[in-house]
Design a protein around this ligand. Structure first.
Ligand code: NI
Length: 396
C-alpha cells in the first residue's frame, strides 16, 4: 500500500478523531470516554481490540496475511490539568483538563494507522499491536501493559511525539539518547526550634536546607563527568511557620534528569552523602527519599532507526527527515524500551508560525497544524510494514 497517499485520503477522518479526543480530554488513569471512543472506532473497522476491566487504554491487534514477527506501535492518550486557552473550535469540554501535550494527536494518528494497516493486512508479514496507552503524564502508565504480559511477544516497537522544536512536515529519528530520564526526590531536614532572636538555642533547619541546596549542585559540577547531560533541580521548599521562629523542619522536593545511565546511577548515593554530611555539619539530621521513575529514552538499535528513517523518507520526503538535539524532558515509553530492546522513539515536527502553532507543549495555548496528522499515521504504518517485511527476509 502507498501509506502516505491513503493517509492523506483519510486526513479528514483522522482530524475528526482528534477533535473528539481533544474535546473529551481526560486526566491520567481517567481516560474512560477516550478508551470507549477508541474501542468503538477500532471495532467499527472490524479490528480485534483488547480492553481491560481494571485499566484504561486498549491494544488493537492486526494479524498479517503472512507469518512473521510482532511489532508494536504506541500512542499515549491522557491529557493535563490545564485550563485550555488555545482558541480552537473543538476546545476541551472538561473544565481544567486539556490535551496540551498532543496525546490526542498521537491517538488519532494511531487510529489512522490502524485503518491503514487493517486495509493492507494481507500484505503484512507478521502481527502489529497498536497500544493506546493510559497515563503517560504521571510517569508510570506504560508499566501495566508490559507487567500484565500483554506485550511479551513484541519484537520491536515505535513510539512518537509531536514536537514543537521541529517544523511541521518533518520527522526526526536520531541514534542514541533522545529524551532524558526522570527521577524525583524528597529531602527532609530536622533541626531544633527556637526563638528567632536566639538562633544559638536552636538548630536552624532552613539554614541547613539552604546549604544542602547549594551543595547539591556539586553533583552536576564536581561529581558527574562534565560530558554527561545532568540536571538536579529543587522544585519545592516548605519550612517555617512565623517570622520570629527558628524552624525545626524543612522539606524540599526536586527532580533529576539525564541522558546517561551512568550519571543516573551516581546521583542517589552522592545526594545521600551530601545531604547527610551537610545536615550533620550544621547540627541537623536529614533523610532522603529517592524515586526512580523513568529511564532515559535511547534509540540504541541503529538498524531499526534506519528502517524508521527510510520509512520517514517515504512519508514526508528525504529532505524532511531531520536530525534534532535530544530533549531533557522525559517519556514513559522508555520503560517499554528497556523491556523491548529493539525499539525507538521519533519526533514529528509541529511548529508552524503561519498557522499560529508557536507554543510549547504543556502550555494552555498549545496547538498544531492538522496537516501533520496523516504524516504521523503513515509513519506508524509504513514503519510497521517495513519492519515486518525486512525481518521476514524481504526488501522494504
Ligand atoms: Ni507528551
Amino acid at each position: 500500500m502507498n501509506y502516505i497517499s491513503r493517509a492523506r485520503e483519510l486526513g479528514g477522518d483522522i482530524a475528526a478523531h482528534r477533535h473528539y479526543l481533544h474535546q473529551h480530554a481526560e486526566l491520567s488513569y481517567q481516560e474512560k470516554e477516550t478508551t470507549a471512543y477508541l474501542v468503538e472506532q477500532l471495532e467499527k473497522l472490524g479490528i480485534p481490540v483488547k480492553r481491560f476491566d481494571d485499566y484504561t487504554g486498549c491494544i488493537a491487534i492486526i494479524q498479517g496475511g503472512k507469518p512473521g514477527k510482532t511489532v508494536m506501535l504506541r500512542a499515549d492518550i491522557d491529557a493535563l490539568p490545564i485550563q485550555e486557552n488555545s482558541g480552537v473550535e473543538f476546545e476541551s469540554i472538561h473544565p481544567g483538563v486539556m490535551h496540551a501535550c498532543g496525546h490526542d494527536c498521537h491517538a488519532a494518528m494511531l487510529l489512522g494507522a490502524a485503518q491503514l494497516l487493517w486495509e493492507s493486512r494481507e500484505e503484512l508479514s507478521g502481527t502489529v499491536k497498536l497500544l493506546f496507552q493510559a497515563a503517560e503524564e504521571v510517569f508510570v502508565g506504560s508499566h501495566y501493559y508490559w507487567d500484565k504480559g500483554h506485550l511479551s511477544d513484541v519484537d520491536a516497537a515505535l513510539g512518537m511525539h509531536v514536537w514543537p522544536d521541529l517544523p511541521s512536515g518533518t520527522l526526526a529519528v536520531i541514534d542514541g539518547p533522545i529524551m532524558a530520564s526522570c527521577d524525583n526526590f524528597t529531602i527532609t531536614v530536622h533541626g531544633v526550634s527556637a526563638h528567632g532572636s536566639q538562633p544559638n538555642n536552636g538548630r536552624d533547619a532552613i539554614v541547613a536546607a539552604s546549604a544542602i541546596i547549594t551543595n547539591l549542585q556539586t553533583i552536576v559540577s564536581r561529581v558527574d563527568d562534565p560530558l554527561h547531560s545532568l540536571v538536579v533541580s529543587i522544585g519545592t521548599i516548605k519550612a517555617g511557620t512565623q517570622f520570629n521562629i527558628i524552624t525545626d523542619t524543612a522539606v524540599m522536593s526536586g527532580t533529576v534528569r539525564t541522558h546517561s545511565p551512568e550519571a543516573r546511577a551516581l546521583v542517589e548515593p552522592a545526594m545521600r552523602q551530601i545531604v547527610q554530611g551537610t545536615a550533620q555539619a550544621l547540627g541537623c539530621t536529614a533523610e532522603v527519599e529517592y524515586n526512580y521513575l523513568e529511564p532515559p529514552v535511547i534509540n540504541a538499535d541503529t538498524a531499526l532507526n534506519t528502517i524508521a528513517r527510510t520509512a520517514a523518507a517515504k512519508v514526508c520526503g528525504q529532505e524532511n527527515v531531520r536530525s534534532c538535539t535530544p530533549a531533557m524532558g522525559s517519556e514513559d515509553f522508555s520503560y517499554l524500551m528497556e523491556k523491548i530492546p529493539s525499539s525507538l522513539f521519533a519526533f514529528l515536527g509541529c511548529w508552524d508560525e503561519e498557522a499560529g502553532c508557536v507554543h510549547p507543549v504543556h502550555n494552555e495555548k498549545f496547538r498544531i497544524n492538522e496537516e501533520i496528522l496523516p504524516l504521523g499515521a503513515a509513519q506508524y504504518a509504513q514503519f510497521a510494514a517495513d519492519y515486518l517485511e525486512q525481518s521476514a527476509g524481504g526488501e522494504a
